[in-house]
Ligand binder design. Structure first.
Ligand code: UD1
Ligand code: CA
Length: 461
């Protein structure tokens, strides 16, 4: 059985945050979720997440199959080190398990690397295997100390390292594979006799070595994967690396991204080929974009399904569905449960909410379409308001195919305009409009001849 222990109980002091460190987001998802995802994909049977500091944030937001939370008791409000954290998980692990230890603050680790680590560990029949990498700047990481024959001797933390050891650029990733029984034995021996007064998991390596166990190393080729996030500066670096990974994948799949450094696409979003994305786009959640679309001007799309050949400019789309060939924006807002058909036009400053708008219909300027069913080839003029709320409850409006709603009209729901209904500009519609009828609901115009002259207004000019 393969079990992971994911360490997530640390204080995260260097983040200077009220939020648990591992819950800070990278490309839209908490760091811990990225790590658990990699772990699940690497085939772990169980993931033991050690929580402590600010555990409420974590317990509230993280859940999933095979995830078990283990609490690390706090000592005077402070955690007690990575070794102490791992100890809390031991009662949940049988002696014959293979254990992979992960940190909740290394969001870039890939499942393939975890698989390689376990394979290397088993092939060499190691008792412990450390994943290491060579960093240009190893500051802050534990250094990997090798014997003269090149084999691993121990890991020394930055704070406890001599000047000579600090020069070493090979670092401990904080990711290890252990035989459960040997891990338990090693942890019994560690002490907190170090600069931080903490129990270091890293000390287990030197201890097992001293006892003659086989302790190996796997050097990760891609050092970006290993990056630990301890500060906001590193959070931004991790974000940038992951953003690049995601965007590169889309580009290789045939999506044009004009400026990949300024395009923010969360993991798991599908985008069809020949779609072109301009800088500033934000694609979030469960979003699917079809082929040949154009996304311009900082458009944000969340949890939505966009068809093919759709143009969207400077707009916000949430929990909505958009059909092929439709045009949206600039500055439009599709609020949740908006369903647009094919070749629809939603223009400048138009807001749509909980509404269906069928094929070929247009609302080109300055309208609010809320709680409505709009048929095909309907024209919604400039400034039309679907008056859906009476201060207490919401009601729906229905507009049939080919209807024409003149500019600056109000449709006071519940109301229905039948097919080919025609509403004169400036009307406030409170009663249903029949098929093919013209409805004028405004005061008739009165022109008073000579009125200005009579009032004597001309004299004053
Ligand atoms: C640790 C390693 C270091 C390695 C680096 C890689 C130790 C002693 N040091 O250092 O060798 O190069 O990771 O990123 O292991 N945690 C707990 N409980 C605690 C303390 C920490 O769960 O009591 C968790 C943290 O939430 C974090 C992880 O363990 O997710 C690592 O802790 P952190 O304090 O970030 O260790 P580093 O100083 O980065
Ligand atoms: Ca760390």
């Amino acid at each position: 059985m393969k079990v992971s222990i994911v360490l997530a109980a640390g204080e995260g002091t260097r983040m200077r945050s009220d939020l648990a460190k591992v819950m800070h987001r990278v490309c839209g998802r908490p760091m811990l979720e990225h790590v658990l995802d990699a772990s699940a994909k690497a085939g772990m049977d169980k993931n033991l997440v050690v929580v402590g500091h600010k555990k409420e944030d974590i317990l509230e937001q993280i859940s999933g199959e095979n995830i078990v939370f283990v609490e690390q008791p706090m000592h005077d409000g402070a955690p007690y080190g990575t070794g102490f954290a791992v100890m809390q998980a031991l009662p949940h692990i049988d002696d014959d398990c293979t254990v992979v230890v992960l940190c909740g603050d290394t969001p870039l680790v890939k499942n393939e690397t975890l698989k390689d680590l376990m394979e290397h560990h088993e092939m060499n029949d190691n008792s412990a295997t450390v994943l290491t990498t060579v960093m240009d700047d190893p500051t802050g990481y534990g250094r990997v100390i090798r014997k003269t024959d090149g084999s691993l001797l121990e890991i020394v933390e930055q704070r406890d390292a001599s000047e000579e050891q600090k020069i070493i650029r090979e670092i401990n990733s904080g990711i290890y594979c252990f035989k459960a029984s040997t891990l338990k034995e090693g942890l019994e021996e560690i002490s907190n006799d170090n600069s931080q007064g903490e129990y270091y998991l890293t000390d287990v390596i030197g201890i097992l070595n001293g006892r003659g166990y086989r302790v190996g190393v796997l050097e990760a080729k891609d050092h970006t994967e290993i990056m630990g996030v301890n500060s906001r500066v590193q959070l931004a670096e991790a974000e940038s690396i992951m953003r690049k990974r995601i965007n590169t994948l889309h580009m290789l799949n045939g999506v044009t991204i004009i400026d990949p450094e300024r395009t923010y696409i969360e993991e798991g979003i599908e985008i069809g080929r020949d779609t072109v994305i301009y800088p500033g786009a934000v694609l979030q959640g469960r979003t699917v974009i079809g082929t040949n679309c154009q996304l311009l001007g900082g458009t944000r799309i969340r949890d939505s399904k966009i068809g093919s050949c759709v143009d969207i400019e400077s707009s916000l789309i949430e929990e909505s569905i958009v059909g092929d060939g439709t045009h949206i924006g600039p500055y439009a807002h599709l609020r949740p449960k908006s369903v647009l058909g094919e070749r629809v036009k939603i223009g400048n400053f138009v807001e749509v909410k909980n509404a269906n708008i069928a094929d070929g219909s247009k609302a080109s300027h300055l309208s609010y379409v809320g709680d409505a069913d709009v048929g095909k080839d309907v024209n919604i003029g400039c400034g039309v308001v679907f008056v859906n709320y009476n201060g207490v409850s919401k009601s729906r409006s229905i507009v049939g195919d080919h209807a024409f709603v003149g500019s600056n009209s109000n449709l006071v729901a519940p109301v229905e305009v039948k097919e080919w209904g025609y509403i004169a500009a400036g009307s406030t519609i409170t009663d249903d409009v029949g098929e093919g009828e013209l409805s004028i609901a405004r005061a008739r115009q009165v022109n008073k001849e000579g009125w200005v002259e009579k009032k004597g207004f001309k004299k004053h000019k």
